[in-house]
Design a protein around this ligand. Structure first.
Ligand SMILES: *Cc1c(COP(=O)(O)O)cnc(C)c1O
Length: 427
């Protein structure tokens, strides 16, 4: 069966034919490709066509698909066990590996997704402070938990409105939303409500609505005000943790969060999330404290060992400088090819091995309001041209792209020659 047929079948039994919305190609149009295999930097579709993958499962695969060393650990684990629901040494090894290398992670609890990690961290923050309000920023994504699936409301600064049906006003009444990059709005809000806020949650490099690198001064202001008002600072490093550096954005900026969430890379491609922080905060979690949180499959040995292997490689091999230069090589090459083809209107935002192709703007884009309005249409055309040539980008102009160590210089050069061919073709 080809992708077309599989998608038709899938739509009959699965909402929209997919188990996570962006996979459906709703943003770029057309039928999603169904993949049956993956290796290194490559995906293989059910039709047998090969694609160079720059979506990489949206971030977890720092070393590409099925890196042989990680695969070996996974296979070894499967022969031993795949779930205990009891104590085992594997999660301990991962917990020790992380706490020994990230000073602000004194204790850590493993869960099964980034969403679950953020949801649990907020619960800890509310328990620790005895306050109810949560502050987030427009354009930051923290998973699909009710409380944070909100955007800025119209009218008064700080008010929020739900970003999904099924989340009533009573659920989000304690969620405050501000624009990114605005210290004045932040100060004003803290002046009025700082003493009611349990937690300020932020993606220290927002990477779920395009890539919106923030000024360090803005992040510092978040730290300064949260400290002043007794608010906990939560860094959601689900995408940036172990990706922009081993210690994530907190390590790069030198700004220490009170609570931090991980996901994606931490499980090496298996479903793992984690929330972590200072001892006194994490000791509030059951069974040592009164904040309940549990999970039948939490700390499953396959995810724990794949995660440990991945993080061990990242720590030992420090792939970050090389990934960053390859990301620049790829994106500057693409932007140049677009310009050569007569389309001067593009530029690339990159941060480590994260990148975002966008329309040229006079100033750096740091808030969602600054994103060019024709972005979606422009990206969708480009996406399909590359798809046709066997290059798979994340299927939305608002998703960032990722590189892995499996993307060799040669593969990047191949990508650029495919891009050149794609831009010569009329589709
Ligand atoms: C992906 C992501 C999440 C959600 O993680 P899931 O595992 O998809 O639930 C939360 N926060 C950030 C910053 C993310 O990038």
């Amino acid at each position: 069966m080809n992708s077309e047929e599989l998608f038709l079948r899938s739509k009959k039994v699965v909402p929209g034919g997919v188990h996570s919305p962006v996979r459906s190609f709703a943003s770029v149009g057309g039928t999603p490709v169904f993949f049956s295999e993956a290796s290194g930097a490559y995906l293989k579709s059910v039709e047998g066509k090969e694609y160079i993958d720059y979506c990489l499962s949206f971030g977890p695969l720092l070393f590409g698909h099925r890196h042989p060393e990680i695969q070996e650990v996974v296979e070894d684990t499967v022969r031993k066990a795949w779930s205990f629901g009891a104590c085992e040494p594997y999660s301990l090894e991962l917990a020790e590996f992380i706490t020994n290398r990230i000073p602000w992670v004194e204790k850590i609890r493993f869960v099964n997704s980034g969403t679950e990690a953020v949801m649990s961290a907020l619960r800890v923050a509310r328990a620790a402070t005895g306050r109810s309000k949560i502050l987030k920023f427009d354009g930051c994504y923290h998973g699909h938990l009710d409380q944070l699936l909100v955007k800025a409301g119209s009218g008064l600064a700080g008010l929020s409105s739900s970003d999904s049906k099924g989340i009533g006003p009573e659920i989000i009444q304690n969620t405050l939303v501000l624009p990114l990059d605005d210290e004045i709005a932040l100060e004003e809000l803290f002046l009025k409500q700082g003493n009611e806020i349990a937690c300020l949650a932020i993606e220290p490099i927002p990477a779920n609505y395009g890539l919106l690198p923030q000024r360090t001064e803005f992040l510092k202001k978040c730290r300064e005000l949260t400290t002043k008002y007794g608010v906990l600072l939560l860094f959601d490093e689900v995408i940036s943790g172990f990706r922009v550096s081993f210690q994530g954005m907190a390590g790069l900026t030198g700004i220490t969060p009170d609570l931090v969430c991980y996901g994606k890379i931490i499980g090496g491609g298996f479903p793992v999330g984690a929330y972590a922080g200072k001892k006194d905060l994490m000791d509030l979690v059951a069974p040592s404290g009164p904040v309940y949180q549990a999970g039948t499959l939490s700390a499953n040995p396959i995810g724990m060992r794949a995660g440990l292997k991945t993080l061990t490689k990242a720590w030992n091999e420090n792939p970050y400088p090389d990934l960053e230069s390859k990301t620049k090589q790829l994106t500057s090459g693409i932007v140049k090819l677009l310009a050569d083809s007569g389309d001067e209107g593009w530029e690339a935002v990159t941060f480590g091995s994260l990148y975002w192709l966008k329309g040229k703007t006079k100033e750096s884009v740091r808030t969602i309001a600054d994103i060019p309005t024709d972005h979606k249409t422009k990206f969708s055309i480009f996406f399909h041209k590359l798809l046709d040539q066997g290059v798979y980008l994340a299927p939305s102009g608002y998703e960032v792209g990722f590189l892995s160590t499996a993307h060799t210089n040669e593969i990047i050069e191949t990508t650029l020659s495919k891009t050149k061919q794609a831009l010569q073709k009329k589709i």
